[in-house]
Design a protein. Structure first.
Length: 73
């Protein structure tokens, strides 16, 4: 099972992906329906649900803003 961390753009998703890769967290950049998030984010990082909290910490540590977390975390 995975969670998806919504990102404000494809560029932010790519930046987030690079940070997660450096931290050894597997991810996949995915498109999401903007109606599923409060801020209308259309891209996200799909991450194993057990690593979702860790991924959020990595993004926050590097001051990379993200939106809603779908499916856990």
């Amino acid at each position: 099972m995975d969670c998806i961390i919504a990102m404000r753009s494809q560029t932010y998703a790519a930046k987030g992906g690079r940070l997660l890769q450096k931290a050894g967290i597997p991810y996949k950049i995915v498109g999401i329906d903007p109606s599923l998030t409060r801020h209308g984010c259309a891209h996200g990082l799909q991450i194993p649900v057990l690593r979702c909290g860790e991924a959020r910490v990595v993004l926050e540590k590097h001051h990379l803003a993200y939106g809603d977390v779908l499916g856990g975390g």
